[in-house]
Design a binder for this molecule. Structure first.
Ligand code: ADP
Ligand code: MG
Length: 389
């Protein structure tokens, strides 16, 4: 694990190297892992998530010109943006910080052009939301730089808006919210209707989370994501026509859904089964965690994955294989795909003393069954984003 000081030091040096001056403000924002509650956020449902000890570090200063400039240790060239328009190709990574800047500006906050260095230990495109970490870290840094006070819930929404409207990814609020509000050693329960949240202690301190990368990046992720979203809204619409109080799938119980099976388009029915089922699993999961019933909690992770396979159809062969291998390993409580799906990563919850064997077995078996290599990131549950002195 990178200690807080070393991340700050690296980004401070990078800023100095590129901009030949010292940064004024520093922030950090963690990646996140969705533990339970898949594709529930945009359906105003509930989720259990965790901020993890992989983080983006930001060093920022005011720009002396009308241009925004950013440099990332992950990309070879600094990028300069004169007009605030989305960049394409190799420079597209700057859309995340510039998007946050633009949304703040559009909302009337007194932000001005910035210079920024970025360093990160969040793996990119691996399903642990390096993008939200970058947005949230940027938002905190810009607010500190220009002395802007915004409630953190509002700020998370501003980051989401940046990703939706400037980057063009129609994500829900889960990623930004988890990066903002995570609490070390606890799972974050979030209700996406009220935006209430609660940090739930994990009974038993010997639990380790593993994020296992399938190495599969589905080319159509954004398209698939948007079509699932649409199908969920269509399923909710079916109920809303009969009852105007229904706004989203959050308003539908499992009983109502099952009763409507013969009338509802079968595709929409399956999507709704997943979302409504996930909400139920999150509520029961929260009770189980509070009682310290980790084994039963782990079963909910397997059920969630089954539902992804058959109802939401956002799994793939490689993710299924990872979950199957995990299930066979001693000390594993549960495993499921995490994040959008269609490739990406699985989340596995295990006894800490199972780590070594888990890594050895999953690497060997995954290679044997798929011909691919996997990377395992063991994560501690970390605190949400902050400004660093
Ligand atoms: P995920 O959020 O699951 O990691 P995304 O595709 O949503 O995957 O976001 C990854 C993108 O975010 C990268 O391709 C890059 O454009 C941007 N990004 C994330 N971390 C950094 C970083 N440290 N420096 C520059 N850009 C970054
Ligand atoms: Mg992302």
């Amino acid at each position: 694990m990178i200690s807080p000081d070393s991340g700050r030091d690296i980004v401070a040096r990078h800023f100095q190297d590129i901009f030949r001056t010292a940064a004024t403000v520093f922030s950090r924002a963690p990646g996140r892992v969705e533990v339970l509650g898949n594709h529930t956020d945009y359906n105003e449902g509930v989720v259990l998530s965790a901020a993890i000890d992989r983080e983006v570090w930001i060093a920022a200063g005011k720009s002396s010109s009308s241009e925004c400039r950013a440099a990332s240790t992950q990309f070879p060239e600094p990028v300069t943006v004169k007009e605030i328009l989305p960049q394409k190709g190799t420079n597209a990574w700057i859309n995340y910080p510039v998007g946050v800047y633009k949304v703040l500006k559009d909302r009337g906050f007194p932000v001005q052009p910035f210079t920024m260095a970025i360093h990160s230990t969040v793996p990119l495109g691996a399903g642990v939301s390096s993008s939200a970490a970058l947005e949230v870290g940027t938002a905190l840094a810009l607010c500190s730089l220009y002395d802007i006070k915004i409630d953190p819930t509002e700020l998370a929404k501003i980051c989401q808006k940046a990703e939706n409207s400037f980057v063009g990814m129609n994500c829900g609020l889960l990623d930004q919210f988890s990066s903002m509000f995570g609490k070390a050693g606890r799972l974050l329960f979030i209700d996406f209707r009220s935006l209430d949240h609660e940090a739930i202690p994990m009974a038993g301190s010997d639990i380790t989370l593993a994020i296992t990368l399938s190495g599969v990046a589905h080319a159509l992720v954004a398209g698939e994501y948007n079509s699932r979203r649409h199908e969920c809204f269509e399923a909710a619409k079916f109920f809303a026509v009969k009852d105007s109080t229904v706004k989203t799938l959050r308003d539908i119980s499992m009983q109502q859904l099952l009763a409507a099976k013969s009338e509802l388009n079968p595709q929409f029915f399956k999507r709704a089964m997943h979302v409504v089922g996930e909400d139920e699993r999150v509520f029961s999961g929260m009770q189980l965690l509070k009682k310290g019933s980790i084994k039963e909690f782990g079963q909910l992770l397997y059920q969630s994955h089954e539902s992804s396979m058959h109802n939401f159809e956002n799994s793939c062969k490689e993710l299924d294989i990872l979950v199957d291998i995990a299930k066979s390993i001693d000390g594993v409580y549960g495993s499921r795909l995490t994040g959008g799906g269609f490739g990406g990563a699985t989340l596995t919850m295990m006894r800490s003393d199972a780590r070594e064997n888990f890594e050895k077995v999953i690497k060997r078996e995954y290679r044997k069954q798929t011909g691919r290599d996997t990377t395992v990131h063991f994560a501690k549950i970390a605190d949400g984003a902050s400004i660093i002195a």
